[in-house]
Design a protein around this ligand. Structure first.
Ligand code: PLP
Length: 499
């Protein structure tokens, strides 16, 4: 027995020695941090240079056999250098000022990046109040700040999740429960949105068990906005047909065109028919900070729930989305169960004064995402974000005006927030859709700029979304110059082909 114990102790001592590398020593931490900062500085240097485009299609993007995970350690510098080469030099860089495709997101400011790093180093457990009261209170303050921005009264609650899709899924679950819908009726339940609503709504419905629910998209107006009249007509028809209307999703800033649905009119309809109004402001929400577009948000305070993405409008690294529910109890009832609390039995984990994230979301263990939002908001102050977002609004308007002035482009929609859709007119006899598809290919293929298309009215359009904090007037000027230059070449090539 004594011998067995001795062997066990010897084995434990060996294992302790073997695993001691996990506790990285200060001198090594310094070296690692130095190398990391060097790589970040090189990245920042590059993305702020106009000559270094957002698109880098080098071979290094794909992994090789030597990249297999194995028993053997690899030294820090080469792992980091490799990571840098693959992540920074290949693919598309959303943090680049000339990244104007999709919705530019995840382009973190440096303090926001530190807000991701520090809680990882401090192992903050921002799940229950007892374990990390300050972290929980910080997140609740941030949620209150968002709720105040949209005029939600006291009594709201929310959570900071990985992004708009998860936040939307949670909102749908709360709407479902608050209407006390039963699975046997799901096939009769109707969700109203527009054809431009983000597909996160459909994904979310599936995830909350409502795959059979009916999604209706009443026709939009010329500006691609939902209209209260068409919405109400559809609701009345559906009620007559024995269906169960329960939810309307309105969007502030659709992903494709940046259109904003008329919230106040839609809220009237929801009031009359007792429907849950959810606002998807994932992209457009933080423009509420700007006086220029205040009128777009009239009525937002009448919604039941809202989603905004700090990883879009507040320039945070990817992975931060906020949901706020006006009646916070409904969120708590949806997410919390007696069983959850039994995990924490015997200790005062919860606080009567401060709700904990695990009471308000489907997650338990989670990263302290609030730090990524807290650090930059505190350090820069809200005014800087307001200014940066105002700059994006004005850049989109400038871009729109300049393109229009040339007479060479069609611009079907005035920008409401920071998206502009447009297409070039085509030479006589040339298909306009092909011409613009080719124009986009030419623009993207030289790597200086990244843009994505938009299909509208069954036609091919080009689209620019200005949201990266690094995008300024010189980048929009360059973008305009590139578009006009490529269009000129393309036009010329069609003419010489015709000769
Ligand atoms: C980006 C976006 C979403 C989805 O958000 P993720 O953070 O990517 O999950 C939902 N709705 C709108 C309008 C968006 O622009």
């Amino acid at each position: 027995m004594a011998g067995a114990n001795h062997n066990l102790r010897q084995r434990l001592a060996d294992l302790k020695t073997k695993t001691s590398v996990l506790e990285v020593q200060e001198v090594d931490r310094d070296a690692m941090t130095k190398k990391t900062v060097q790589l970040i500085n090189a990245y920042d240097d590059n993305v702020t240079k106009l000559t270094y485009g957002p698109i880098k299609m080098l071979d290094k993007g794909s992994l090789e056999t030597r990249d297999d995970i194995s028993e053997n350690p690899v030294d820090f510098d080469s792992v980091m250098q490799d990571l840098n080469d693959r992540l920074v030099r290949a693919g598309v860089i959303p943090g680049h000022p000339m990244f104007l495709g999709f919705i530019p997101s995840g382009h973190g400011t440096y303090p926001a990046a530190l807000g991701g790093f520090l809680p990882a180093a401090f192992t903050t457990y921002s799940v229950v109040h007892l374990e990390s009261p300050a972290a929980v209170q910080m997140e609740n303050r941030l949620i209150k700040w968002v709720a105040d921005l949209f005029g939600y009264p006291a009594g709201h609650a929310g959570n900071i999740s990985s992004g708009g899709s998860l936040a939307t899924l949670t909102a749908l679950a709360v709407a479902r429960d608050s209407r006390e819908l039963k699975a046997a009726d799901f096939h009769r339940c109707v969700v109203y949105c527009s054809e431009f609503t983000h597909y996160a709504v459909q994904k979310g419905l599936r995830a909350v068990g409502m795959r059979e629910a009916i999604m209706k998209t009443p026709p939009v107006d010329k500006e691609l906005k939902m209209t209260a009249a068409a919405l109400e007509r559809q609701i009345n028809d559906d009620k007559k047909a024995g269906l169960l209307p329960f939810l309307v999703v309105a969007t502030v800033g659709t992903t494709l065109t940046g259109s904003v649905d008329p919230l106040n009119d839609i809220a009237d309809v929801c009031d009359r028919h007792q429907l849950w109004l959810h606002v998807d402001a994932a992209y457009g929400g933080f423009f509420a900070l700007c006086d220029e577009v205040k009128q777009l948000f009239v009525g937002v305070e009448r919604s039941d729930s809202i989603v905004v993405n700090p990883h879009k409008g507040l320039f945070l690294p990817s992975g931060v989305g906020v949901l706020v529910v006006k009646d916070g109890k409904k969120l708590q009832e949806c997410c919390f169960s007696e069983q959850t609390s039994s995990v924490f039995k015997g200790m005062q984990f919860f606080s009567a004064d401060h709700l904990s994230p695990c009471e308000l979301s489907f997650e338990l263990t989670r990263s302290f995402r609030g730090a990524q939002m807290w650090l930059p908001l505190k350090m820069f102050g809200v005014g800087v974000f307001r200014a940066a977002l105002e700059e994006k609004l004005l850049l989109a308007r400038y871009f729109y005006g300049k393109l229009k002035e040339t007479g060479e482009f069609e611009l079907p929609l005035e920008p409401e927030v920071s998206v502009v859709v447009f297409r070039a007119t085509a030479p006589p006899g040339v298909d306009i859709n092909n011409f613009n598809q080719q124009l986009l290919n030419d623009l993207v293929s030289d790597g200086k700029i990244f843009m994505t298309p938009a299909e509208l009215y069954g036609q091919f359009y080009l689209r620019v979304c200005v949201l990266c904090f690094r995008t300024h007037i010189e980048h929009i000027e360059l973008c305009l110059a590139l578009i006009r230059e490529k269009r000129g070449h393309l036009w010329g090539s069609f003419q010489s082909n015709a000769l």
